[in-house]
Ligand binder design. Structure first.
Ligand code: 2F8
Ligand code: CA
Length: 250
């Protein structure tokens, strides 16, 4: 199991090879997408493609966030902003499933999507108590909502020592990165000074930062949930610098 999390979000659980999350904070629709993108550009507001997936998320959000003081209204990544009635997912997946609330006894102005005042272009859930969807407004004065997203579960992570072995050898420094899996890697050195470990993604953005007070011997370091790809790490211990590479696959 991946022992990883996004600190800004509450974990909902794993389904279909993905880990689902709901944001702790609330946002307007496009601010929600922007917020998520600022954390990880591979992530988008959730698209939903089946009844089972929709009800899984709906039930989990209710369970995790509760009903007080309001039901846990949340955005999915659907909108018909570009053309009225043409719903699309921000993540680019096909619009192959919907679960609009069509029960007119539930929806006073139903069935959904009703595009009230020609101003409802954004998909939200929990307006109805059956997991059914509602199109809502996204005006500046509206209440903000939580948002849901998913991240592919990483099932294997390989570490490769690819740098400066001679320098490390001459200095009698032996940082070794062992093979590790699922959010952890093991780091071994004979360094006695506090060590900083910095891991960056391909665009140079820092995705993990740890400070180890006693690096001598074996240290286990946890990683945040990362998308597949190659990451670059630097271990800094006093004046010693060691570079390494993490190659993560889904
Ligand atoms: O009765 C359904 C209707 O209820 C509200 O409007 C009165 C919702 N408005 C918002 O959530 C902003 C409508 O979207 C919903 O269709
Ligand atoms: Ca509506």
């Amino acid at each position: 199991m991946v022992a990883q999390t996004y600190p800004h979000a509450v974990e909902l659980g794993d389904w279909g090879g993905y880990r689902y999350f709901v944001s702790k904070e609330k946002f307007h629709f496009w601010d929600a997408e922007q917020h998520l993108q600022s954390i990880d550009t591979s992530l988008h507001l959730l698209s939903v493609h089946s009844f089972v997936e929709n009800m899984y998320v709906y039930n989990k959000v209710g369970e995790k966030l509760g009903m007080s003081p309001y039901p846990p209204y949340y955005w999915l990544g659907g909108h018909d902003e570009n053309q009225e009635g043409q719903w699309e997912w921000i993540d680019g997946t096909p619009w192959d499933y919907d679960q609009w609330t069509t029960d007119t006894s539930e929806a006073q102005y139903g069935p959904e999507p009703n595009n009230l005042d020609n101003n409802e272009h954004y998909l939200m859930v929990y307006y109805y108590s059956n997991g059914g969807w509602n199109d809502a407004t996204n005006n500046p004065g509206d209440l903000p909502f939580h948002y849901v997203f998913k991240a592919k579960i990483i099932t294997s992570q390989d570490t490769t020592n690819n740098s400066e072995p001679k320098i490390n050898y001459l200095n009698n420094v032996y940082p070794t990165l062992f093979h590790q899996s699922r959010g952890w890697f093991t780091f071994e050195s004979n360094w006695e000074e506090p060590t900083k470990i910095i891991i960056s993604d391909g665009s140079g953005r820092v995705v993990s930062y740890v400070e180890i007070q006693d690096p001598y011997g074996v240290n286990e370091i946890s990683l945040p949930l990362l998308s597949a790809g190659v990451y670059h790490g630097i271990a800094l211990s006093g004046r010693t610098k060691f570079r390494f590479k993490l190659s993560l696959t889904n």
